[in-house]
Design a binder for this molecule. Structure first.
Ligand code: GLY
Length: 352
């Protein structure tokens, strides 16, 4: 099926949205797959590493599960998977070689949220975040306090650092400086499966809509690899890594957390959907603002004036329409539209 808007029409749509940005080299690139979806049915949306999450979430939604339970059960698969080194068990550690996890959840019908940050030893921080929402009158618990809380509710302390993640960290540590007491790595070549993890801020975001039109979302991550101990990214910050307004829609993000926090951009995506933008347009508009603001920070801008970091937004509105956009594309995101579970092409601001 052809994407219903031609590029020219897309650029024309909305004066505030199109005009200024379209004039810039690079412009933006709408997805060529239909971002919409059949209204009135369950939907599950996730970042590109979440195709198993959307499958699981949809199965639960079809059984009548609450959308937050469905979204969390989906991302738990990735939190438990040591092969995904950006989330949960097997996630890349901080600069001291310790895995610290961040997560948030937001439940549309009750407009409630919960989050944990810099949580060690518990591989499903999304479940702890849900308990923060349900069993405390707080929104965010961090570090030792978050761990104490999780243990009180029966979570089990585990070593989350896999050999693979430890080797990647060790490689970074040994290459860091020639003025310390770490000798260079014995082998110059990094195993190919670790090359993508030299420095990363991978994350999973999951959004769900049930048959009654109720929305929920979850974002969970091991955060920026080799971060300073105690660094908290955007994932557990409501409004930044995740936001849900049950009257409008849900949005979440993956990418460089600091730039996202500075723009509270998941909240912006929901706000833009509330103003009538499609989910994809809303994601692009938020990215445009993130890119514009990044220009004020030379360290966040490449020689071409573009942001030198990755950023991705995912959005799902109350009608069941969905979309995603990335700072640099092409890239993909996962959607179960009630009939089919597939990776779809996201829109993007800049071509890779
Ligand atoms: N978005 C993940 C992080 O920056 O921690």
């Amino acid at each position: 099926m052809e994407y219903p808007w031609k590029r020219r029409e897309f650029l024309k749509a909305g004066t505030a949205f199109g005009a200024a940005w379209a004039a810039k080299p690079g412009g933006f690139f709408p997805s060529t797959t239909p971002p919409g979806g059949q209204a009135g049915s369950c939907k599950a949306v996730a970042s590109g590493n979440g195709i198993r999450a959307t499958e699981k979430a949809m199965a639960l939604l079809k059984e009548g599960a609450d959308p937050l339970e469905a979204a969390i059960a989906g991302v738990n698969i990735v939190e438990d998977d040591p092969e995904d080194m950006s989330v949960g068990y097997g996630g890349l550690p901080n600069e001291d070689g310790e895995v610290e996890l961040d997560a948030s959840v937001m439940h549309g019908p009750t407009h409630a949220s919960g989050a944990v940050a810099a949580l060690k030893h518990i591989k499903n921080p999304s479940q702890v975040a849900k308990l923060v929402m349900e069993r405390t009158n707080h929104c965010l618990l961090v570090g030792e306090g978050a761990l104490k809380f999780a243990l009180a509710y029966g979570f089990v302390k585990e070593n989350l650092l896999t050999d693979r993640a430890r080797e990647a960290w060790l490689r970074w540590k040994e290459n860091l400086s020639d003025r310390d007491n770490w000798l260079p790595p014995a082998s110059k070549t990094l195993p190919p499966e670790l090359q993508a993890y030299v420095r990363t801020y991978g994350t999973i975001n999951g959004l769900a809509l049930d048959e009654k039109g109720n929305l929920a979302g979850v974002t969970t991550t091991s955060g920026l690899s080799w971060k300073r101990a105690g660094r908290v990214g955007d994932s557990p910050i409501i409004g930044a890594g995740l936001y849900v307004d049950n009257d409008i829609g849900a949005a979440g993000s993956t990418g460089f957390g600091e730039a996202n926090i500075l723009n509270v951009a998941s909240f912006q995506v929901v706000l833009f959907m509330g103003q009538g933008m499609s989910p994809e347009q809303a994601c692009l508009e938020a990215l445009k603002r993130v890119a514009d603001k990044a220009k004020r920070h030379p360290r966040l801008t490449g020689p071409d004036g573009r942001p030198n970091f990755g950023m991705n937004y995912y959005a799902l509105n109350k009608k069941g329409e969905f979309g995603s956009a990335s700072m640099t594309g092409p890239s993909s995101y996962a959607v179960h539209d009630g009939a089919k579970n597939a990776l779809r092409e996201a829109a993007y601001l800049f071509k890779r």
